[in-house]
Design a protein around this ligand. Structure first.
Ligand code: DP6
Length: 333
């Protein structure tokens, strides 16, 4: 099954191509997985091996503006800088847009404003593809529900399926070959005391993309076979911890889930290691603080940066220990 088959199923072979307004404009927040997506059952449609669960960062993400223009090429501008049509980023966007214009009837000027480092393990592609799909929906008046937009954004990047809502979001792995049952939806849970802090250790672009690292792990890690079992357990525990607001259970399970994901990467060959010495030093500080009874946990994605998890009441203590940490809104924006 190809991506274009999924698009045709959703649009019943009739993709709208007449703009309904002068420009399409949309913001999508980035999301941080507390239970990770790592490995695909279908690499074309980005269908995951397991379900996953994330928390949105409402003030961090991507604003995309689309305007049709007459030139037969798409122009991409990121944070006011025009990108070369030859860049890998532009090629990936153009390939995605092509899914929605099989007859090449339109081209766009794409203005992207993103307030997180790009490709540094801070889920920039998740908010990027979600905001692009929302902007297309806005420009062409698709009037699709977030359910279908989640499926469409997944075709750009898996974790983008989760970037359509604030708060906690679960992406269901699904079992169908066409992936129509692999979409995300929000959980009806708020936790205003929960805080996320970004501990940026290195904001430069990662050496190996999460896409490549994920596939390499599936192909070569001797530990990967145990990963789906671990996720099933962790997901159930995290959902229970959210329900009863048990923070140590949430933090501990999210941290263990992230470390197990990194263990699968370390056991792949050639190995993949996103930890930098400063990442490991920060982990040891966190573990030492926990031994001193501070409820502080972390999660880490495909990059060296940590996302700290703690409760509002501990903010002063945590920020005294990590003065460079940026506290980000979760429920209180
Ligand atoms: C470690 O969604 O970037 O952040 O589907 O290939 O685009 P593709 O991968 P991507 O992978 C995200 C991996 C992760 C974990 C997560 O967000 O769940």
């Amino acid at each position: 099954m190809k991506k274009s088959d999924v698009v045709n199923t959703i649009f019943h072979n009739d993709i709208p191509h007449i703009p309904q307004r002068e420009k399409g404009l949309a913001f999508a927040p980035t999301n941080i997985a507390l239970c990770k997506y790592w490995g695909k059952r279908d690499t074309e449609l980005h269908l995951p091996v397991t379900s996953s669960l994330s928390i949105a960062l409402p003030d961090k993400g991507t604003m995309t503006t689309l305007r049709l223009h007459d030139q037969p090429i798409d122009h991409v501008v990121v944070n006011d800088q025009a990108l070369s049509p030859e860049s890998a980023f532009v090629k990936r966007l153009v390939e995605f847009l092509d899914l929605f214009r099989p007859e090449k009837k339109w081209y766009v000027q794409i203005d992207i404003h993103i307030n997180i480092p790009i490709a540094a393990g801070l889920a920039s592609s998740a908010s990027g593809f979600a905001s692009l799909v929302l902007a297309l929906n806005n420009l062409f008046g698709w009037e699709l529900s977030h359910h279908y937009l989640s499926i469409l954004a997944r075709l750009g990047s898996g974790s983008a399926a989760r970037s359509f809502w604030l708060g906690f979001v679960e992406w269901h792995a699904g079992v169908q070959p066409d992936g129509m049952d692999s979409y995300a939806e929000p959980l009806d849970i708020e936790w205003p005391q929960l805080c996320v802090g970004l501990l940026t250790i290195d904001a430069s672009e990662k050496i190996i993309s999460s896409r490549e690292a994920m596939q390499h792990t599936v192909n070569s890690s001797v530990l990967y076979g145990n990963w789906p079992k671990k996720v099933i357990q962790d997901l159930a525990i995290i959902k229970q911890a959210l329900k009863v607001k048990n923070f140590p259970l949430l933090g501990g399970t999210a941290e263990s889930n992230a470390l197990t994901m990194h263990a699968t990467m370390l056991s792949s060959w050639p190995p993949i290691c996103y930890f930098l010495p400063e990442t490991i030093a920060a982990m040891h500080r966190i573990w030492a603080l926990r031994r001193d009874k501070l409820e502080l946990y972390f999660t880490e994605d495909a990059g060296p940066n940590l996302k700290l998890l703690f409760l509002k009441e501990d903010f002063d203590h945590v920020s005294a220990q990590f003065p460079r940490m940026e506290k980000v809104s979760v429920f209180d924006s």
